[in-house]
Design a protein around this ligand. Structure first.
Ligand SMILES: [Zn+2]
Ligand SMILES: [Zn+2]
Length: 240
C-alpha cells in the first residue's frame, strides 16, 4: 500500500492534471510490470472498469428523491421537478410515464458544464440544459418543500424610482453567475466556489426597466438595483 502511494506521487504532472483516479491505478499496474509509459488502457488484459470509474468521480450525493405517491394530487400542467426532465402532468397517464433525468447536480468547471451524475460535458450552456437524463424513474411533479435550503435571505429598501436589494449568498463566483432582468421578474443563477448552483426566479410585485437594472457580486452578498417603470411605491417586493 505504501509503495502505491509513492508511485502515484511520481506520476508526471502532465498526467496528474488530467487522469482520473482509475487512470492512475492503471499507470501503476503498468509501472509495476516495467515500462513507465503505460498510461493507457490498451496495455491491460481486462477492460477498464467503467462503472467503477464513474463512482470514483462522483461524490456520494446521488440520492434520488422518491417519485410522487401514486395517489398524489397533482395539478394539471405541473412540470416535473426532476432536473433535465421537462414533462408536464396531463392526467393520470403521466403518473407512470418514465422520467429521464439527472439525479446529480450541475457542475461548472473550467468552462465545461455538465452533471455530476454523468460524464457528458459541454462549453455551451444551451446544450447543457438539453442533456438527456442519465437515469430513469417515475416523474416527481410535486416539489419537495425545502424552504430553508432554497431561499436565500434578503434585505431591501425602495424609493419610488428604484429598489436596492441585497441577496445574501456566500462565496459566489462572480465569473460564473448571472442575473437576467425581465419586465416583472428576474432570474438568478449563482455558482459558488464549491461548484454548487443556486438558481431561482424572483417575481416582482411591480414592473421594472430590465436594461436599466444592475447588480454587483461581492463575497457575502449580491447587490441588485431594480429600476422601476413606471416609478411608484410598491406594496412589497416579491410575489408569494
Ligand atoms: Zn446525469
Ligand atoms: Zn420527469
Amino acid at each position: 500500500m505504501f509503495l502505491i502511494i509513492i508511485l502515484k506521487k511520481k506520476v508526471p504532472s502532465k498526467y496528474n492534471t488530467s487522469v482520473s483516479k482509475s487512470d492512475t491505478e492503471v499507470s501503476f499496474v503498468g509501472t509495476k510490470e516495467e515500462g513507465k509509459e503505460v498510461y493507457k488502457s490498451e496495455g491491460l488484459t481486462q477492460p477498464p472498469p467503467i462503472t467503477k470509474v464513474e463512482k470514483e468521480e462522483e461524490p456520494p450525493k446521488l440520492m434520488i428523491e422518491p417519485a410522487d405517491p401514486f395517489d398524489a394530487q397533482i395539478p394539471m400542467g405541473a412540470v416535473c421537478t426532476r432536473k433535465g426532465c421537462k414533462a408536464v402532468f396531463a392526467g393520470d397517464d403521466s403518473r407512470n410515464e418514465p422520467c429521464q433525468f439527472h439525479p446529480g447536480f450541475p457542475i461548472f468547471h473550467e468552462g465545461q458544464q455538465g452533471w455530476s451524475c454523468c460524464k457528458r460535458r459541454t462549453m455551451i450552456f444551451e446544450d447543457f440544459l438539453n442533456f438527456e437524463g442519465c437515469t430513469i424513474d417515475r416523474h416527481k411533479f410535486i416539489p419537495t418543500p425545502q424552504k430553508n435550503e432554497n431561499q436565500c435571505k434578503f434585505n431591501f429598501y425602495q424609493s419610488s424610482n428604484s429598489v436596492n436589494l441585497d441577496l445574501y449568498v456566500k462565496n459566489v463566483d462572480s465569473t460564473k453567475s448571472t442575473i437576467n432582468f425581465y419586465n416583472n421578474r428576474f432570474t438568478v443563477s449563482f455558482t459558488s466556489q464549491d461548484g454548487s448552483v443556486y438558481s431561482k426566479e424572483y417575481k416582482l410585485v411591480g414592473e421594472i426597466k430590465p436594461e436599466a437594472c444592475t447588480y454587483s457580486i461581492s463575497k457575502m452578498k449580491v447587490n441588485i438595483t431594480l429600476i422601476k417603470q413606471p416609478a411608484k411605491e410598491w406594496s412589497g417586493l416579491f410575489v408569494d
